[in-house]
Design a protein around this ligand. Structure first.
Ligand code: B12
Ligand code: SF4
Length: 491
């Protein structure tokens, strides 16, 4: 065995049909999971290569060519639900080109629907449910030395008696023991991985997951990979990562992707103090639940370079928040946004449209809400029942809607609440965004940002030209300016 492993982030539909111009302004974050896996594989004397299909502009066939040329012993593919079919194509192509290669899959889709995925797609040899670092190392070792596959917690594999599903892994607390993510193996890092336009004050940018796990159970959310127990890197280790990124690549802005960055105010305060002590000029963003922010911690975060906080606000309707099992109310959300704004930190509101129970009334409440609170940026996704989320079971039971997987990127309505058609939801989607982005204060904010950061202007110009062309095509195509029609949505 040459101990070569290639880790692939597959290509998948990132943008809904009709909205291709959005590509100019969206983010291109790498898979942090693969960076962590590459680092542990290297620590155990394997030679890892990372393939980032989107950043390297490789389609399914090109990924197969590229990986086959590297002649690896093992290929690992990270699976989001939206990327499953592309991954199946890649695995099939690689098996034809490299008959002895072993294909391992992991990631959120495997953690939530691993058994069904393995039963259905015979080209995947192994699946790892949950965190990958520990189980992957054990698997690589077993493949090389003929170890006992049945003893690897979290592994699914094919034995003489068919698919074998081992016991679940324990959730590990010792994150500090892990090697640093292998940013050095990322093709064209950091240049090729810009965040969304206006979502960072300056580059280069990198992502860090400072903690894993979330104890809440919002019904639309899939927490199957990291579970309910929050485990975190020590503040010292997180600051160490930032120093490394800054010294080696000149990174000046960090995006924390933790589900609950503010789970512990004590830890966040220590992190801020340590970061301040380094004297580095770093800005950063994170996500927080509205019930975790308070003025004192916000003031310290601002001082330590916090530039933006994303809040999962979801909707302007308390009834809908209750139905989502979201443990927060609109009034609390408003308070948190106002406190954050007052602390001088930008606020990003994450919303979704079309959750079960959504009505014209709740949509109106959301429009009023986004018109009244001091948000800097609004992010609206189309409700999608992801495998692994409690709502998936409510809507589909045990029935698997594999026909929708390819569209599960939050940019397609694959399901509509009673009384609202997909077409109407698409119209409301545009109107809701306009309700926010037409606010004079918002326009002024972006004008100032564009003037201060000319790089944004070029992206904005490409976006504007693309949007105008799409609208014109829609009008001339008899679709009254609507960019997505039901035919594209319900496959
Ligand atoms: C950062 C992030 C992103 C980033 C980067 C994505 C990426 N490729 O990693 C961006 C912003 C691009 C993104 C996009 C999307 N995301 Co996202 N994202 C996240 C987030 C918040 C953190 C992911 C992360 O970096 N975690 C830390 C790293 C270390 O973990 P990891 O990547 O999961 O990898 C570990 C394991 O999964 C496993 N593993 C992963 N891959 C592999 C492969 C092998 C071979 C093995 C053995 C193991 C393994 O081992 C890794 C190390 O322990 C998660 C929520 C979460 N808590 O995970 C959602 C999450 C992954 N995203 C989700 C979704 C749905 C999306 C979108 C598809 C839709 C949307 N509206 O957000 C879009 C994609 C559309 C698009 N336009 O690109 C869902 C996935 C659900 C699903 N079943 O598909 C999640 C779980 C959110 C949720 N709770 O619902 N996302
Ligand atoms: S939406 Fe946020 S708070 Fe709710 S379960 Fe998911 S990660 Fe946790």
């Amino acid at each position: 065995m040459q101990r070569r492993i290639v880790l692939v982030n597959p290509p998948y539909e990132r943008i809904a049909p009709g909205y291709e111009f959005v590509r100019h302004v969206t983010n291109r974050s790498p898979s942090l999971g693969l960076l962590h896996l590459a680092a542990v594989a290297r620590e155990h004397a394997w030679t890892p290569t990372i393939v980032e299909s989107d950043a390297q502009q490789l389609d399914e066939a090109a990924v197969v060519e590229h990986v086959a040329a590297l002649a690896p012993d093992v290929v690992g593919i990270t699976l989001f639900t939206v990327g499953v079919w592309a991954s199946v194509g890649i695995a099939r192509g690689l098996k034809q080109r490299l008959p002895g290669v072993k294909i391992v899959v992991g990631g959120p889709h495997v953690s939530s629907m691993g058994r069904e995925t393995m039963e259905r797609f015979g080209d995947f040899d192994y699946a790892i449910v949950g965190e990958g670092e520990w189980a992957l190392v054990e698997l690589l070792d077993a493949l090389e030395h003929g170890g006992d596959l049945a003893a690897i917690a979290g592994l699914m594999w094919r034995g003489a008696a068919g698919l074998q599903v081992n016991a679940a892994q324990p959730y590990r607390k010792e994150l500090d023991e892990l090697p640093m993510p292998a940013w050095d193996l990322l093709p064209d890092f950091p240049r090729a991985y810009p965040p969304a336009i206006f979502d960072f004050p300056r580059g280069p940018v990198a992502t860090i997951a400072a903690s894993r796990g979330c104890p809440f159970h919002c019904r639309f959310c899939d927490t199957s990979t990291f579970g309910a127990r929050v485990r975190a890197y020590s503040p010292k280790a997180v600051v160490g990562m930032i120093e490394h990124l800054h010294q080696r690549w000149g990174v000046r802005h960090i995006m924390f992707v933790d589900d609950l960055f503010l789970a512990s105010r004590v830890r966040v305060s220590e992190f801020c103090e340590r970061l301040l002590a380094t004297g580095l000029e770093i800005t950063w963003t994170c996500t927080a639940r509205v019930d975790t922010v308070k003025p004192e911690v916000l003031a310290l975060m601002r001082k330590a370079g916090c530039w933006e906080i994303s809040f999962g606000l979801e909707t302007g309707s308390n009834e809908l928040l209750v139905q989502m099992d979201k443990d927060a109310r609109v009034e609390e959300s408003e308070q948190a946004v106002r406190w954050t704004h007052a602390a001088g930190i930008r606020t990003k509101g994450l919303f979704m449209l079309g959750y079960p129970g959504e009505t014209r009334e709740t949509i109106r409440a959301t429009k009023d809400f986004v018109r009244r609170i001091p948000l800097s940026i609004m992010n609206l996704t189309k409700f999608t029942p992801y495998p692994g989320s409690p709502i998936y079971i409510d809507l589909y039971g045990t029935k698997i809607r594999a026909d929708h997987w390819q569209k599960m990127n939050g940019m397609n309505f694959v399901w509509a609440p009673e009384g609202l058609s997909i077409q109407e939801l698409d119209r409301e989607y545009q109107e809701l965004l306009l309700a926010f982005y037409r606010r004079p204060a918002v326009g002024w904010h972006y004008l100032k940002m564009a003037l201060a950061h000319p790089a944004h202007l070029a992206r904005l110009a490409r976006f504007g030209a693309g949007a105008a062309a799409a609208k014109t095509r829609s009008l001339f195509g008899g679709r009254k300016g609507l960019l997505v029609g039901p035919a594209e949505n319900l496959g």
